[in-house]
Design a protein around this ligand. Structure first.
Ligand code: UDP
Length: 471
C-alpha cells in the first residue's frame, strides 16, 4: 500500500514543503525525518545541502545575459536565465555557458552569489546566425575543457539547450563522465515541415537531434505536444521527462489595466490588441495584422494594435518588421498601429496589463512563453492551435485558439473577447490561476531539481556498486 497512512509525515511533506523557502524546507524535512527515525534520509539531505552541487547549463547560441526580444534572442535565453536563477535559489551552484558574440561583452556576468554566465570563445566575437555556428562548436568544447582545467573542477551534470549545445554535451560526454539533460527549444523535424527552403545544415541537425534523444540521460519536453513530436518525428528510443516552461509570477499580474494605460498613454476606452515577440515570419504577425483589419469593431470602437519586439535595420528581423509595416499600410491600419520596439522588463508588464487581448499567431511554437506571461498578467490570449500553445491556453477558459494563418478565425476570436469585457476579465482571472498552479519558474526548478537529484543519485549508486579493482 502507498505510505500515506503509514507515514503521515510524508503527507505533511507533500503539502507543506512547496510553500516554504528552500532552507525552511530542508530544516522541516530534517526534523520530520529525525522524528520518524529515518537517519538515511537525514544524512542524504545533509550531504545534498552541504555539497552545493555545481552544474553547467550550456546554451551556445542563446546568451542568458543578453537583451531579450530581438534577433535570435527570445524564449531560449529567458528559459536558461530564469531556470539558472531559480535553481540557484534552491541551492545549486549554476554556471551558464554561452558563446561570446561581441568583443565588448564581459567574459563572466555574475547574476547572484550562485549563478553566473560564462562566455567562451567559439568563432569570431560577432553575432552569427544559428545555422552558421556548427563549425565553431569544437572550439567551444575545447574552451569548456580549458575552463574546467583552470577551475580544477569537472561538472558531473550538464543541461544543454538547443541542438547545437546538445552536440557540445555529447562530445563532452565522450571525454569525461557526466550526466546530460537536454531541452530542444525547437525541433528541426517540426520546423523544416513548415518552411519552404530548408538550410544546408538541416541533415546534420536532424541526425544530431536523433542521436541526442537516443543517447543522453534525459530529454526535457516542455509540453505534451512537444513530447509527442519527439516520439513520432525523431525517435522511439530515449527517455523523455515532461517539465513545462515557466514565468515570473511576481513580475506579472500586479498592475491594474487603468494604471498601465495611464503610464503608457493608452486611452481608457481603447480596445487594445497586443503582440509581443521577435519579428520572424514564423511568428505569424501578418495573420494578426490582417485579422485586425477584418475586425467587426473597425470604425465602431477605438481599436489599437500594438506590435512589440526589437529589430535591427537590414538584419532578418528588421526586414520582417518592414514587411509587417507595409502590410499595416496596405490594410489601412497605420493610424491605429504602433511599434514600440523592444519591450524591456521595466515596461513589458505594463503592456501585458494594459491589453484587452494578447495574440500569439505563430505557425508553430514548442512552448511559447509570451502566452503564459500574458496569462500571468490576467490578460486573455488568442493563440494558434499548435504545439505548446494547445497546452498552455485552455480554449474558452483562459483564451481562445484558432488555426495558424487563418485570419478570419483570428478576427472572430479577437472580437469575441473585445466585445465582452466581463468575459475578458473572467478569462484573465482563470489564466492567472492556471499560471500560478502550473507555470512558475520555482515549480520548473523544483521539477528539474528532482530530476537532477535522481540522476546524480542513480549514477553514484552505480559507481559504488562497481567492483573495486585491487591494487
Ligand atoms: N520578449 C521581451 N521583449 C520583447 C519581445 C520579447 O522581453 O520586446 C521576451 C518575451 O517576454 C518572452 C520571450 O522574449 O519571454 C519570447 O519567448 P517565446 O517563447 O514567446 O518565443 P521565442 O522567442 O522563443 O520564439
Amino acid at each position: 500500500m502507498p505510505c500515506s497512512g503509514q507515514y503521515p509525515w510524508l503527507v505533511t511533506l507533500r503539502f507543506v514543503l512547496p510553500a516554504l523557502d528552500p532552507e525552511a524546507r530542508i530544516i522541516l524535512t530534517l526534523c520530520l525525518a529525525s522524528e520518524a527515525g529515518l537517519f538515511a534520509l537525514r544524512l542524504k539531505l545533509i550531504m545534498l545541502q552541504s555539497t552545493k552541487h555545481r552544474i553547467a547549463l550550456i546554451s551556445v547560441d542563446g546568451d542568458p545575459a543578453i537583451e531579450i526580444g530581438q534577433e535570435e534572442a527570445g524564449g531560449q535565453n529567458v528559459y536558461v536565465r530564469q531556470v539558472g536563477n531559480a535553481l540557484a535559489k534552491l541551492g545549486w551552484q549554476v554556471d551558464m555557458f554561452t558563446r561570446r558574440s561581441s568583443p565588448e561583452q564581459a567574459a563572466i556576468v555574475q547574476h547572484g552569489p550562485n549563478c553566473r554566465t560564462i562566455r567562451l570563445k567559439a568563432g569570431p566575437a560577432k553575432f552569427m546566425g544559428r545555422d552558421t555556428l556548427f563549425d565553431h562548436l569544437p572550439e567551444f568544447v575545447d574552451q569548456f575543457q580549458q575552463f574546467q582545467q583552470r577551475e580544477g573542477f569537472c561538472y558531473s551534470l550538464i543541461h544543454t539547450n538547443y541542438w547545437l549545445s546538445s552536440w557540445v554535451g555529447m562530445e563532452l560526454k565522450k571525454q569525461q563522465s557526466l550526466i546530460q539533460v537536454h531541452t530542444y527549444h525547437s525541433l528541426g523535424a517540426v520546423k523544416y515541415r513548415s518552411i519552404g527552403e530548408v538550410p544546408v545544415i538541416a541533415t546534420q541537425r536532424l541526425a544530431i537531434e536523433k542521436a541526442c534523444l537516443e543517447t543522453v540521460d534525459r530529454v526535457i519536453a516542455t509540453s505534451p505536444q512537444e513530447q509527442k513530436h519527439m516520439r513520432i518525428l525523431v525517435s522511439q528510443k530515449g527517455q523523455i521527462k515532461m517539465i513545462p516552461c515557466g514565468t515570473d509570477i511576481d513580475k506579472y499580474g500586479g498592475i491594474e489595466r487603468s494604471v498601465a494605460r495611464e503610464k503608457l498613454g493608452i486611452a481608457p476606452d481603447a480596445k487594445m490588441v497586443l503582440y509581443v515577440g521577435r519579428f520572424d515570419r514564423r511568428k505569424g504577425i501578418e495573420t494578426l495584422v490582417r485579422a485586425v483589419a477584418q475586425s467587426s469593431l473597425r470604425g465602431k470602437a477605438n481599436l489599437q494594435l500594438v506590435i512589440g519586439g526589437g529589430s535591427c535595420p537590414g538584419q532578418s528581423d528588421g526586414i520582417e518588421r518592414d514587411r509587417i509595416a507595409n502590410i499595416v499600410d496596405e490594410v489601412g491600419l497605420e493610424d491605429c498601429t504602433t511599434f514600440p520596439g523592444r519591450l524591456d522588463d521595466t515596461v513589458l508588464p505594463f503592456y501585458y496589463a494594459a491589453a484587452d487581448v494578447c495574440v500569439v499567431p505563430s505557425h508553430y511554437e514548442p512552448f511559447g512563453l509570451v502566452a503564459i506571461e500574458a496569462m500571468a498578467s490576467q490578460t486573455p490570449v488568442v493563440a494558434s492551435n499548435v504545439g505548446g500553445l494547445e497546452f498552455t491556453v485552455v480554449p474558452e477558459v483562459t483564451g481562445l485558439l484558432a488555426p495558424p494563418k487563418d485570419e478570419a478565425a483570428f478576427a472572430h476570436a479577437i472580437d469575441r473577447i473585445l466585445i465582452n469585457p466581463i468575459w475578458r476579465d473572467e478569462l484573465g482571472a482563470a489564466g492567472r490561476k492556471r499560471v500560478e498552479i502550473a507555470f512558475s519558474w520555482d515549480s520548473v526548478a523544483s521539477g528539474l531539481t528532482d530530476l537532477y537529484t535522481h540522476l546524480l543519485t542513480q549514477t553514484r549508486a552505480k559507481t559504488e556498486k562497481q567492483p573495486q579493482i585491487a591494487a
